[in-house]
Ligand binder design. Structure first.
Ligand SMILES: Cc1ncc(COP(=O)(O)O)c(C=O)c1O
Length: 497
């Protein structure tokens, strides 16, 4: 078991009343009270008599006198070399006991404001899925960056980069921004200089920043219908002044004409052109042109969420919207899918002139991204590992995808569920036939050890269709097959009910 760190300060001892005399007794009383209230727990090591005397500004002999009194009472105990600690034999104070006395006044819990309740629901909705099929983006085994990542981490740590330092650049370290600029130019035809890149804590933070910067309260904003809950939840709970216009999507992506009919004066449009989330189709060239044309005429920003375009298994990718119109498109990318989500590194490529605004909004959130992982990632990209890794995981996920589609076709009766066609990314959408609550299905699946996300909350009110997002984690064949059998059993049981 890890050793408990020594208690350094004991604020609840409070100031001793020097004029009142008998300091040893006062200190003993204060320590006894700290134990009774639970500020000090059984087993907590106390500071040495020398350190405590120094911090309280009293003689060491006075502290020793107090300790001896409490040792005699059994409140403290000493062990060889372990020093003085709160006696392990003491019971933890009961709820009732600790809420008496000074705390009794505040014992009534405050009722949280409505916003707090709403955010608590968001926390529930976004709670991470367990690492079981069909959690999205779970790089186990062959999909991990592996040895190269670990070695780079060791090398960078030993050279002192990312070691303790002062505050860093809100925009992210230059060497990573250069690597990202070069990478998105080559892979996505994004046109930018490293000065336009802001390293973020994933696309999620970049979406948040966009909502702080790109429009004012009262402005209309387009969001695809259905869309990623990460953007609709920000607009519901944080950027609440925006007037959100949900624009339907069809096989070609966002229906620009419908958007214009519903709110042609919008200031921003949030889109997922490479791979519509969650449905999976790319935005056609005609729609890209129509969207840029509308945005150009109405001075609107476009936020291009390019969350998983690296994982395309067939055909040739469309160039990014940003490359077609760099002055009005904010391009967002992430390393969550191609590396791993817990890395929490992504980036925004912002139009010239908006760099300072993004840095300012960023500083107020969390100053800047942690340095160390940025250095490791920059080296991973610059030394060619990222390109090799993406080529490798493309193969891994393409195989996992085919396997999943084949198993669903074989094991799930087509009258209860069927797949949405798509040819890229790290998830598939399984539509559900019954007019069931897909949230209830997800809860039943979780109880059976299977992970999924419901699709209906991604639609605007009244438009929801029940479906499940099934992620392509790197799980082996028997686990996936067992999970599909579980899924079928749950769907059949709920359908019968
Ligand atoms: C469409 C879409 N956008 C953004 C994100 C957020 O990704 P990140 O982990 O970079 O915050 C996700 C994550 O799944 C996503 O699916």
């Amino acid at each position: 078991m890890a050793r408990k760190p020594r208690v350094v300060d004991i604020p609840s001892i409070g100031a001793l009343d020097r004029a009142g005399g008998q300091l040893g007794r006062q200190l003993a009383n204060a320590l006894r009270e700290a134990v009774r209230k639970g500020d000090l727990l059984p087993g907590d090591p106390l500071p040495s008599s020398r350190v405590l005397a120094q911090s309280l500004g009293i003689a060491r002999g006075t502290v020793i006198e107090a300790f001896e009194q409490l040792l005699a009472e059994g409140v403290l105990e000493t062990q060889q070399r372990a020093g003085t600690r709160v006696a392990n034999s003491l019971a933890v104070p009961s709820q009732g006991e600790s809420s008496r006395g000074r705390h009794a006044v505040i014992a009534q819990p405050l009722s949280p404001p409505a916003r707090a309740t709403a955010f608590a629901k968001v926390a529930q909705e976004f709670s991470p899925l367990p690492h079981v099929p069909f959690a999205v983006s779970v790089p186990v085994g062959s999909a991990q960056p592996g040895e190269a990542w670990r070695k780079l981490g060791n090398r960078i740590r030993s050279r002192g980069k990312g070691s303790p330092a002062g505050y860093g650049e809100p925009q992210g370290i230059r060497i990573l921004r250069e690597a990202v600029a070069d990478n998105v130019r080559r892979s996505r035809s994004v046109r930018c200089s490293p000065d336009q890149i802001v390293i973020t804590s994933g696309i999620q933070q970049a979406l948040y920043l966009c909502c702080q910067i790109l429009f004012e309260d009262g402005d209309e904003v387009w969001v695809e219908d259905p869309a990623y809950r990460g953007i609709t939840a920000i607009l519901e709970h944080v950027a609440r002044g925006a007037r959100v216009i949900r624009v339907p999507v069809d096989a070609e992506g966002i229906m620009v004409e419908s958007g214009i009919a519903a709110g042609g004066q919008a200031r921003a449009a949030f889109v997922t052109p490479s791979h519509q989330y969650p449905l999976g189709m790319p935005m056609s060239m005609a729609r890209r042109n129509a969207l840029l044309d509308w945005a150009g005429k109405h001075n609107a920003w476009i936020v291009e969420d390019d969350y998983d375009s690296e994982l395309r298994y067939a055909g040739h990718p469309f160039p990014s919207l940003q490359g077609m119109d760099p002055i009005r498109v904010v391009y967002l990318g992430t390393f969550s899918k191609i590396l791993f989500p817990s890395l929490r590194l992504g980036y925004a490529v912002v139009p010239e002139g908006l760099e300072a605004a993004f840095c300012g909004a960023r500083v107020l959130m969390d100053r800047h991204p942690p340095d160390f992982d940025q250095h490791v990632l920059a080296a991973f990209i610059n030394e060619g590992h990222l390109d090799r890794h993406v080529r490798r995981i493309r193969g891994v996920y393409a195989e996992r995808r085919e396997q999943l589609i084949e198993m669903i076709g074989r094991l799930v009766p087509p009258d209860i569920a069927w797949l949405q066609p798509s040819d890229q990314g790290m998830h598939v959408v399984l539509w559900l036939a019954h007019r069931v609550d897909d949230r209830a299905i997800v809860a039943a699946l979780l109880a059976a050890g299977v992970a999924a996300r419901p699709v209906s909350p991604m639609f605007s009110d009244g438009k929801g269709r029940p479906g499940l997002i099934l992620g392509l984690g790197d799980f082996d064949r028997p686990r996936v097959e067992a999970a599909i059998r579980q899924l079928t059993a749950v769907l059949l049981a709920i359908g019968r009910a």
